[in-house]
Design a protein around this ligand. Sequence first.
Ligand SMILES: *Cc1c(COP(=O)(O)O)cnc(C)c1O
Length: 411
Amino acid sequence: MDNRYSWLEEEWRQMEQEATTRSLQAVEPSFEAQGTWIFVEGRRLLNLSSNNYLGLAHDRRIVDAGASAAHRWGAGGTASRLVNGNYALYEELEKKLAVWKQRESALVFANGYQANTGVISALVGRGDIVFSDRWNHASIVDGIILSRAKHVRYRHNDLGHLEELLSRHRHAGRKWIITDSIFSMDGDKAHIAELVGLKERFGAMLIVDEAHGGGVRADEGQGLCHEMGVAKKVDVLIGTFSKAFGVYGAYACADQVVIRYLTSKARSLIYSTALPPAIIGSVLEALSLVQTETWRRDTVKKNAVLFRQMLRSRGFLVGDGDTPIIPLMLGANELTLQYSKLLSERGISAVAIRPPTVPAGRARIRFTVMATHTLAELEWAADQLAAIHGELMQSDLASFVPSCIGQPKEG
Ligand SMILES: *Cc1c(COP(=O)(O)O)cnc(C)c1O
């Protein structure tokens, strides 16, 4: 018997035991419901796991703009932007991005993963030191590893810890602070204004990833840094078009000297094909809608606050907040999978998030709300969750259910 892969099978069995294996499922979105309902294996599910916060992914204007761009410019980017792939469409988008973000220049990347790895590995180098929030997105972590800089992780959102580390390393090389603006798995916000204060005090540079702030925060959806009024003091603002914009792609905004340098140095930009014209066409339309259709931003925020209240009033402990990411902390992997499975059986798609995406023992259901969810849909989902909790308390998994989850509050 050929067992070249016995080591993989061994590792896989280990993963099965820890309930950390993953698999893919075919999904069919409902255009009619603007993506708030999806079909999975023929069953219609309320989508409570989408990053399409503003409900733009199935907006006909955005889809049509992409189709028009494909007809005008072709199906593919045909080459790296530094070779022959840099159609005028890109420059139009970058000009508009810089105006929207009130920064000198912008540079479009293929996606958020490539923006983070490209920007960080280009700007940060050997001999530098990076202070990174422990819960930062994996693409930030990978960018830091590629940079070969010293990597120091501070406790999540713990400014005191960061200050202590900055102080301890005050004589080290060039210093960088890097953070998500809204944390992707917890939905809490970084203390942006305080981070700007620390950066200035210690002479560090600050990079903020607005993947989950873009589109949903500030008057025109520029992100949390703009809402806090400190966007000009952040050295590099990164954002994506794959979440609230409902499309794909990403960008960095910064001073012109920084963008000029990145254009010549960011390997993920240089050694990868330009995004297809259809994507840029759609993104241009999405950018205009993000800026002007403010009802989407207002509604997603309202839904975020109200869904938290709905869960709390049914006894679930969820933190305060107004971001669309609402984690229901369950702890154990197996239990979290079971919640997700039972939710699916009741018509709700809410995915189990497990290690290594989150730390061990912090598995959760990550609910996300959209501007296009109705309050009736959210109420119904909260009712289903309460019913499932009741079922699980009767099952042999009951001992894994944390005592703080789902206990009806007094009164
Ligand atoms: C999703 C995400 C990314 C990656 O963006 P993609 O465009 O999906 O590659 C980067 N940073 C954060 C914080 C994210 O949540």
